[in-house]
Design a protein around this ligand. Structure first.
Ligand SMILES: [Zn+2]
Length: 365
């Protein structure tokens, strides 16, 4: 016969075991952080980045893509008079899209140094800014930056290292090595729901990266993830038409496994192409910049993307900027004109052109 005391002892021990298991799992669930990219770094230089987004329900993945963001020079002056929230007030008409996106991305043109310091040697165009300047973007939902561009190295290797540390500290996702380089930092994987998405950053402004390395990177990545998004910095400045070299590179990246290519650097919007069923947006133009000398340098394109097993649905949100402050175009005629221009810069067939005129593009997977 078991005494009451023994029964209580069994129940009590059971409870302790159950709660132990529960806490152990909670602890595991909280480990949404991963140490990666430590292959070539010393232990104390490990960059810790968040790699998992928690999403409860099953639904399409949602993204927003923007072009170049430069927060130094005249933009820094503008930001002394108004904060980032005020600077981005013209984006509020698309608040719902910002809120529901899993990843909101842009190209960060410059180094994110400690206190925004500039280090020698000083270049003619020399960009650096403190991570605090990104807070307003973070509040808008921006969570990924591609760093692969011609200004990432403006503050030397020290700037590169500090940029990664500062962005990691603020829990941003980021990828990309300096211009023409491909290394372990060129790719970051983000888990969204049950899907793994690779965000790759590449740059070929002053020099071209090794085609062999790019192919190796993509062929390895495609075996490990569900979706590959390549952000690439390329093309001729101030030209709406993409060049044959961009096209050649875009094509082989897709042949090797890229699902979507998002381009920037020309400072103006360039057209698009759908190659083997995969879209290449050659340039989204400036997002936040200080090139006030023309309308094209103050016109940009934001892309909203919903993606599920069957299709990719893009929504086109063109915007105009004034003193670095972007405002989404709302006027029907203005949007129509922009989309017609965009189509004329693109190489797409009739079916897609017709669809694009409505500002929505559906691409079957
Ligand atoms: Zn650039």
């Amino acid at each position: 016969m078991i005494s009451n005391k023994t029964i209580w002892l069994i129940i009590f021990s059971g409870l302790i075991i159950i709660s132990g298991v529960f806490w152990w799992n909670i602890d595991r669930l909280n480990q949404g952080q991963d140490v990666i990219w430590n292959k070539n770094l010393k232990t104390e230089e490990k960059v810790v980045v968040k790699t998992e987004l928690e999403i409860k329900e099953k639904r399409p993945l949602r993204f927003m893509f923007f072009g170049d963001v430069m927060l130094d020079r005249n933009v820094a002056n503008v930001l002394e008079k108004k904060n980032m929230e005020e600077l981005l007030a013209g984006l509020s008409s698309k608040d719902d899209y910002f809120k529901k996106s899993d990843i909101i991305s842009a190209n960060l043109e410059g180094a994110v140094t400690n206190e925004g310091k500039h280090y020698a040697p000083v270049n003619l165009y020399d960009f650096a800014f403190p991570v605090e300047r990104l807070t307003g973007l973070e509040q808008r939902g921006f969570n990924y930056f591609t760093l692969a561009n011609n200004h990432f190295l403006d503050q030397g290797e020290r700037g590169v290292k500090e940029s990664r540390e500062n962005l990691a500290k603020e829990n941003f996702y980021f990828s990309g090595a300096p211009d023409a380089k491909i290394d372990d930092f060129s790719r970051i994987d983000v888990k969204i729901e049950d899907k793994k998405v690779a965000l790759i950053g590449l740059s070929m402004v002053y020099n071209h990266f090794s085609r062999e390395k790019a192919i190796a990177l993509l062929s390895q990545t495609k075996n490990e993830v569900d979706l590959i998004i390549v952000n690439i910095h390329w093309g001729n400045e101030y030209e709406h038409l993409f060049n044959r070299y961009q096209q050649e590179v875009g094509h082989y990246l897709i042949e090797e496994g890229a699902d979507i290519i998002i381009g920037h650097h020309p400072h103006v919007v360039q057209g698009m192409e759908i190659y083997q069923g995969k879209p290449i947006f050659y340039s989204l133009g400036n997002f936040i910049f200080d090139q006030y000398f023309s309308i094209p340098t103050q016109t940009g394109l934001a892309l909203y993307l919903e993606i599920d097993e069957e299709e990719l649905i893009f929504k086109f949100f063109p915007f105009s900027s004034k003193q670095s402050a972007p405002t989404f175009k709302e006027d029907k005629i203005e949007i129509e004109n922009f989309l017609n221009d965009f189509i004329s810069w693109s190489e797409i067939d009739q079916e897609y052109s017709t669809m694009l005129k409505s500002g929505v593009l559906e691409v079957k997977r």
